[in-house]
Write a protein that binds this ligand. Structure first.
Ligand code: AKB
Length: 319
């Protein structure tokens, strides 16, 4: 049977890249995009699109009945920094949104679901260097708490209802097609736009705040690979640790200056520092490597080169 794919949250940072990649694999009419807001002008004619609120169960029913998806990528969520400002809203969107989509998937016999988790599931007493797959997890942000609860429900829905959910713990994601929205790792995207527009950037994290990061092409590859992997390979039914590279703002700024001479960085620390300090600095993803063959392609140098090139070549710089 031909696949019909539904993406929830397709206008977001991951959704934009994922939709493009899935449409190139499955054909534009076999990938239905949806988001709470109308598609941007550039995305309007790229394939089927529905305005859909993941909290609106009736509207979800209509979309599932109309398109009969075989695979669903549920990306709609509120990220760490925004959820700290609107804790109840963040919790409701992240948890209720997950339940309504998982329940619709069961009701409509969806074959597979992808649900993203995050390094935010870890907390202040988690080992911070090469954080293992299984260890102390005591997230202290609403986003992290919702992601950890969500991971438990991924496993629960798989074991109790047979819903084949796949999940990875995204590190900070860096891409050029779309801007991130409301995360603690957003600086690692903003910095490129400001470097190209003004040659200087004011960073909201301290220069030595190391965090796990990943170039978007690697994140999309991991997302599709884990979702399409044979069932017997996916042995972790909560969510997989995933790693690309790790760096702090100073190391990233030094590499940008090396490739884009004259760039300077300064620092004005805000509340996101506290969130970043509760997260790992690097991640042990050996289980993703062993189980379903995960292998990243981009290191820091390659990622910086690609970001500087693609933002300019595609006229995407937002100053
Ligand atoms: C955030 O910063 O909130 C996200 C994440 C690490 O999940 N980018």
């Amino acid at each position: 049977m031909a696949e019909k794919i539904l993406i929830l949250g397709s206008e977001g940072q991951v959704g934009t890249d994922l939709a493009a990649q899935l449409r190139s694999i499955y054909g534009k009419n076999n990938v239905v995009c949806s988001d709470i807001k109308p598609a941007t002008e550039e995305n309007q004619d790229l394939g089927p699109y529905e305005v859909l609120n993941v909290l609106d169960r009736e509207a979800i029913e209509v979309v599932f009945a109309k398109y009969k998806p075989t695979m669903v990528y549920h990306l709609a969520a509120m990220l760490s920094a925004t959820a700290e400002k609107f804790p109840r809203k963040g919790w409701d969107l992240n948890m209720e949104g997950m339940f309504s989509i998982f329940d619709a998937c069961i009701d409509h016999g969806v074959k597979r679901v992808f649900w993203p988790s995050s390094i935010a599931v870890f907390g202040p007493t988690t080992p911070r260097i090469m954080t293992p797959q299984h260890c102390v997890m005591d997230p202290n942000t609403i986003y992290g708490i919702s992601k950890l609860a969500g991971e438990r429900f991924c496993e629960y829905y798989f074991e109790k209802y047979g819903l084949d959910v796949r999940s990875i713990r995204y590190p900070g994601l860096i891409g050029w097609k779309a801007l991130p929205g409301g995360g603690t790792t957003d600086y690692a995207v903003d910095i490129f736009h400001k470097a190209l527009a003004r040659n200087t950037y004011t960073c909201f994290l301290k220069e030595d705040t190391g965090l796990p990061m990943m170039y978007m092409d690697d994140a999309i590859k991991a997302t599709i690979n884990v979702t399409e992997a044979d069932s017997n390979l996916v042995q972790i039914r909560s969510s997989y640790n995933l790693s690309g590279m790790s760096f702090d703002p100073k190391t990233l700024a030094d590499e940008i200056t090396r490739q884009h001479p004259g760039f300077t960085i300064n620092y004005e620390i805000d509340a996101r520092q506290q969130i970043a300090e509760s997260w790992p600095q690097s991640i042990d993803d050996s289980m993703a490597k062993e189980h379903w063959g995960w292998k990243p392609d981009f290191d820091l140098e390659a990622m910086v080169k690609e970001m500087l090139h693609q933002l300019q070549a595609n006229d995407m710089v937002v100053g």
